[in-house]
Ligand binder design. Sequence first.
Ligand SMILES: Cc1cc2nc3c(=O)[nH]c(=O)nc-3n(C[C@H](O)[C@H](O)[C@H](O)COP(=O)(O)O)c2cc1C
Length: 318
Amino acid sequence: MNTNRITQLFNIKYPVVQGGMIWCSGWELASAVSNAGGLGIIGSGSMYPDILEQHIVKCKAATNKPFAVNLPLIYPQVADHIDLIIRYQVPIVFSSAGNPKTWTEKFKQHGITVVHVVSSAKFALKSQEAGVDAVVAEGFEAGGHNGREETTTMVLIPMVANAVQIPVIAAGGIGSGKAMAAAFALGAEGVQVGSRFVASVESSAHINFKKKVVEAGEGQTLLTLKELTPVRLLQNKFYDQVMDAYRQGASKEQLIALLGKGRSKKGMFEGDLDDGELEIGQVSAAIHDIRPAADILLDIMLEFNHATQHIGAIQFPT
Ligand SMILES: Cc1cc2nc3c(=O)[nH]c(=O)nc-3n(C[C@H](O)[C@H](O)[C@H](O)COP(=O)(O)O)c2cc1C
């Protein structure tokens, strides 16, 4: 079998999606992944509408393959982003951080495929009821903002796959073909990869951040700031300040003040490794190099094929 519901839904070769990532996934990364046979996503959550427009135009010029826009629904100018997506006929939207009921019907009226990101079976069901075409089920290991439930990918995927009939794309901790094979064994039909693509040549992350991701070891990320929006951060001076604030019993208002404004841009886009916010997943401990996105994707697929053959050959009499 060399197609499945996800490759057919998006009209792509490999069921691998590059996750939308603020400050990291612009048109260069999205088009590189789409050209290599996956699905590239422009992360619109860090873009003003005029910037998103430029990225869509450049992405269209750089690839004739399908690509998507990730739309965090809490974004203040979400309606302007939606107008652009419709005007430029972007074929696929990955919505996150909000209620899929609000916009899905509008997208469907314009023939746009809609995928919603969830971190629980309950919200996967709600997304299916809202009419989305697939869900991304994102586990606790993932980089960026995450669910409060702290359900790991290993536990989440089978629960979501049992709960819904639409296809499930697994996310969180997947940076290799072996991890992709595990996700398929759990019931996923595609994977969404974020952190691994931060450390790609085409990602718009600052080189300081990319190098820091390569250097990251085990246990150096933590899901924190749950009182605000839970986010998985890499250890640095800002992270230590957050930990100190918790030790001193900081209130929600004090945490908001500490976070301030523009921290994620400062860290991930401008490369301030001390005072910036560095969002990355647990899998950063297993990322050892910065490589072209196409090579990352092909390696994942080669390793996936090897892993599934290897596991398929193991049979115990029952
Ligand atoms: C730096 C960074 C920024 C992210 N920004 C977003 C975002 O804007 N919207 C979103 O839906 N997910 C965002 N994510 C989550 C990714 O799309 C993806 O689901 C996640 O990274 C998958 O887990 P992994 O990091 O273990 O591969 C972000 C992740 C990272 C690492």
